[in-house]
Design a binder for this molecule. Structure first.
Ligand code: UDP
Length: 252
């Protein structure tokens, strides 16, 4: 477990990456305190942090948003709903979250476009890779919704896929439930577990560590995409992640 050579802990102004994809779970938008599916205060706080970090650091930021606060394909499949149908429901859930996030970002003055992998022209642009890149170059945040448009995936894999497609240098995987990186075992059940500062893709696979879906890990490995797993709920961490402060775990 070696610590990577990152920028000085005091340097909060120099971005480590020029273009990144932030993977935001649907549950990060829900309320920890109440049963709100989308908690306006939480979304507002995240949007404020995303907007200020993006503009102050001048990084190009795309977001892949999940839908687990509303629906996951596996829920329905367990209850007898056809798996592909249930996954379509999950993808639509990500669009709902994407619109909530877009609204909050734009209220912070951050121009934002939602691109959906499932066509719904009235509410979102279709996913068009070159257009997404153009938006990023103009300083807009691009939210990729509806995953990849294909069932049998979670949003981890489209986060990796879109990152490769748009030439992002890293996937920032924000966690929410108090686990602030990759541990040797589940720290909620094994208090003695230790957090890695850095770990290789192969070790993640060999130890079966639950960082991201294995499909996404394999994709990142094949395409040389670093993954930073970090706690997105701690205020200031999005900026810390973007400037390479030693937080979370870097998978590469
Ligand atoms: N989903 C899918 N294909 C994709 C992305 C997502 O079928 O490319 C569906 C899948 O059912 C998944 C749901 O959308 O469970 C919500 O995404 P995810 O579980 O990744 O949400 P998160 O856990 O990040 O909130």
């Amino acid at each position: 477990m070696e610590t990577e050579d990152v920028s000085s802990p005091l340097d909060l102004d120099t971005p480590r990456w020029r273009r990144v994809v932030l993977k935001l779970s649907g549950e990060a938008l829900a309320s920890a305190a109440s049963d709100e599916t989308i908690d306006a205060e939480v979304v507002d706080r995240l949007a404020a942090e995303i907007a200020s970090s993006r503009s102050e650091l001048d990084v190009e930021l795309a977001i892949v948003v999940g839908g687990g606060n509303i629906w996951r394909g596996s829920y329905g499949a367990m209850g007898g709903i056809d798996r592909a149908t249930s996954d379509h429901m999950g993808m639509l859930a990500t669009v709902i979250n994407g619109l909530a996030l877009q609204d909050a970002l734009e209220r912070k003055g951050q121009p934002t476009r939602v691109q959906s992998a499932i066509q719904m022209a009235e509410v979102a642009e279709p996913y068009i890779r070159r257009r997404a890149i153009r938006h990023l170059e103009k300083g807009r945040v691009v939210i990729f919704a509806a995953g990849m448009g294909n069932p049998y995936f979670t949003t981890d894999t489209p986060a990796a896929l879109r990152a490769a497609e748009i030439g992002a240098e890293a996937v920032l995987k924000g966690t929410h439930g108090g686990v602030d990186g990759v541990y040797s075992a589940d720290p909620r059940r094994h208090p003695e577990a230790t957090r890695f500062d850095e770990i290789s893709y192969m070790e993640v696979v060999a130890r079966d560590l639950r960082v991201m879906d294995m499909t996404a890990i394999a994709f990142c490995k094949d395409n040389g995409l670093s993954i930073l797993v970090f706690d997105i709920m701690t205020p200031g961490n999005i900026r810390r992640a973007l400037v390479g402060q030693p937080i979370g775990t870097l998978v590469r």
